[in-house]
Ligand binder design. Structure first.
Ligand SMILES: Cc1cc2nc3c(=O)[nH]c(=O)nc-3n(C[C@H](O)[C@H](O)[C@H](O)COP(=O)(O)OP(=O)(O)OC[C@H]3O[C@@H](n4cnc5c(N)ncnc54)[C@H](O)[C@@H]3O)c2cc1C
Length: 321
């Protein structure tokens, strides 16, 4: 939250000005977000050997402090109000922060695989929402995809271009209801893709990296161990945007529309003569960055990059008001 004047902030100390702005970061749990849960982030620029999410978080928090922004942790933002030029966020319990501009980076929650031991291999064989960079590393391997929706289908086809074999694990009887027909057709036509229905992953084992998983037939209960170093899970990502109320336009799943996307939206109510800035939402002065944004990349590097872009647009917005 970027403010030009001091605002009502119960219980908070004085905030130093960062590049002419006083900035408050509100975090409901602990700093780090999803990235903080990753055992190994290997695709973030500047860390050729990768680093853990905890390490990245530690570095980020130190940097936030050095730049003089204030962190308010263990406080949940539960509402947003427009008061003339002021954008006020309401905190749980009592309290609020009035700001001149707001950057929404509340991200998504990926549903996690529940099988025994799988948590410890997150980023070391178990991936959530993986992209092309991970796919290209599977060259010649047998990989497992968990999920039955379009995101799982698209990832399967992408992985099949690199992997020797892709096995799709589907909890239900079929993917027909949850996956687009063209994806189902392409998956069925691919020679190196196998779909196993009524099957789930119940265990993961390995020494520092995933080496083996246990599959369970949900009808018979029969278990089978298979060797693999790759499990990609697509079992749902939900944006955390309920608190934005009605003034910030989202798609049907709750992802925030920004910039040019607003031009294609019905009834977006953009009332200004100037077009919205690239990461600006339907409420002027409120920006969105990272996973919470519609069609975002769902990567650390893109979330960080969009955050930096959003700050640039905050400055431009403040210059117009
Ligand atoms: C297990 C896992 C491993 C991953 N590994 C990699 C990887 O190796 N490489 C990579 O590039 N990407 C990885 N990703 C994806 C990457 O972590 C995300 O793309 C990135 O963290 C998105 O950042 P974000 O700031 O947009 O959102 P998030 O990381 O989701 O952060 C949102 C933050 O907002 C807080 N918040 C939410 N709602 C509220 C509220 N109402 N009030 C206050 N605070 C709130 C949350 O507690 C959270 O800390 C991984 C994701 C997961 C889940």
């Amino acid at each position: 939250m970027h403010r030009r004047r001091r605002a009502r902030r119960p219980g908070l100390g004085r905030v130093r000005r960062v590049r002419g702005l006083s900035t408050v970061v509100v975090e409901r749990e602990a700093p780090g977000g999803q990235a903080g849960q990753s055992a190994a982030i290997e695709n973030y620029l500047g860390f050729p050997r990768g680093l853990s999410g905890a390490d990245l978080t530690h570095r980020a928090v130190a940097q936030v402090a050095r730049f003089g922004a204030e962190m308010v942790v263990a406080r949940d933002v539960v509402g947003l109000e427009q008061r003339g030029p002021v954008r006020a966020v309401l905190l749980d319990g009592e309290g609020e922060i009035e700001a001149r501009a707001l950057v929404v980076t509340t991200g998504v929650s990926y549903r996690r695989l529940e099988g025994e031991g799988l948590d410890e291999f997150t980023g070391r064989g178990v991936y959530y929402g993986a992209t092309a960079s991970e796919a290209s590393q599977c060259e010649g391997d047998e990989v497992y995809v968990v999920g039955a929706a379009n995101s799982a289908g698209q990832a399967t086809l992408n992985l099949a271009r690199h992997a020797r074999k892709v096995v799709v694990l589907v909890r239900g009887e079929s993917t027909a209801a949850s996956m687009s027909r063209y994806l189902v057709d392409r998956i069925e036509a691919a020679e190196n893709i196998e779909v196993r229905h009524r099957t789930e992953v119940v265990r993961g084992r390995g020494d520092g990296h995933l080496e083996e998983i246990t599959l369970r037939d949900r009808d018979t209960g029969q278990e089978e161990q298979v060797a693999t170093s790759w499990v990609f899970a697509y079992i749902g990502a939900v944006p955390r945007t309920d608190w934005l109320g009605e003034s910030v336009l989202r798609d049907t799943k709750g992802f925030v529309l920004t910039g040019p996307e607003l031009a294609h939206a019905d009834g977006h109510g953009w009332g200004l003569e100037r077009p919205p800035f690239a990461l600006e939402t339907s409420l002027p002065g409120v920006f969105a960055a990272g996973d919470v944004r519609l069609d975002s990349m769902k990567r650390v590097a893109s979330a960080v990059g969009e955050g930096a872009m959003a700050v640039h647009f905050v400055h431009r917005y403040l210059a117009t008001t």
